[in-house]
Design a protein around this ligand. Structure first.
Ligand SMILES: [Mg+2]
Length: 283
């Protein structure tokens, strides 16, 4: 039995699974091509709010991986979707602390953006990590939230990998705004269910769906929360020896994406439960 045969739909994390930085992971190109040939539906997920789904689609194409913008869900897209579904947006304004891609995502749902000092009068504050973060943004976001604005963020990842090492991510910026405003944001990225809910809407059914991710605390926890199967891949931020130490147990562990297609796959099934594994358990 191959692991691929157990599923029709795959939610696939990008960073650490399909690529690391600008380099595709081992076997990503040929494995993803094979999955498509088998008729599997692939949805790519990323917590990184700095790019749009079109940007990630272009990045994948440069690696010879075919994925249209509709096949990519970003945390920015997910929070925009959530706000659109849950709030009345007519005549409302948003102050976005984030990348141009996140600002565009928010504008597309029909909210006008507040700029600079006007930000303090905004009805919504939406935060996503970006490299131009400034004290003024912290100040106006704080004033708006203290003035009653609804408060959201794309994700809570404290850091992300860069060539220099782990550098501050959305979570670090968000923490400063949460401390100053005294309020906690609603976030969309993994492991929160919002991003998975958006993905489920794209899929015809939730049956035979698995998430493939490289982080236990986001991809695997998120998948478990929404009741889909979880596959941890060791090509990114989690190393084999961390699995036994963690409380979070993925359904399957693979070394890299190629293992999905192997007949005698090194499918490791970490103990899901040890209730029946006591020495006195019944045969
Ligand atoms: Mg990842």
């Amino acid at each position: 039995m191959k692991l691929v045969d157990l599923f029709d739909h795959f939610l696939i994390d990008l960073d650490g699974v399909v690529y690391v930085g600008d380099k595709p992971t081992v076997g990503a190109e040929e494995t993803l091509k094979a999955l498509r040939q088998f008729g599997k539906r692939l949805i790519f997920l990323t917590n990184d709010p700095r790019g749009s789904s079109r940007d990630y689609s272009e990045k994948l194409k440069k690696m010879n991986i075919q994925a249209g913008p509709d096949d990519v869900i970003t945390s920015g897209m997910a929070i925009a979707h959530y706000i659109k579904e849950h709030y009345q947006l007519n005549q409302k304004k948003a102050y976005v602390v984030g990348s141009p891609a996140l600002k565009e995502e928010i504008e597309q749902i029909g909210i006008k953006l507040s700029q600079g000092e006007d930000g303090r009068k905004a009805d919504f504050v939406i935060v996503g990590g970006h490299s131009e973060f400034h004290y003024e943004e912290l100040k106006y976001a704080t004033l708006a939230i203290r003035n009653g604005a609804h408060f959201f963020a794309t994700n809570r990842d404290p850091v992300f990998p860069a060539p220099e090492g782990l550098v501050p991510g959305t979570g670090a910026i968000l923490a400063s705004i949460e401390v100053a405003s005294g309020k906690k944001a609603i976030t969309a990225g993994k492991p929160e269910p919002i991003m998975f809910e958006v993905a489920k809407k794209v899929l015809s059914s939730q049956e035979r769906t698995a998430i493939i991710g490289d982080r236990l605390d986001t991809d695997i926890v998120g998948g478990k929360r929404v009741g889909i199967k979880t596959i941890l891949v060791l090509s990114g931020s989690t190393k084999q020896d961390e699995i036994p130490k963690s409380e979070i147990k993925p359904d399957y562990v693979i070394n890299d994406l190629r293992d999905l297609l192997k007949e005698q796959a090194p499918i490791t099934k970490p103990q899901v439960s040890n209730k029946s594994e006591t020495p006195n358990s019944k045969p």
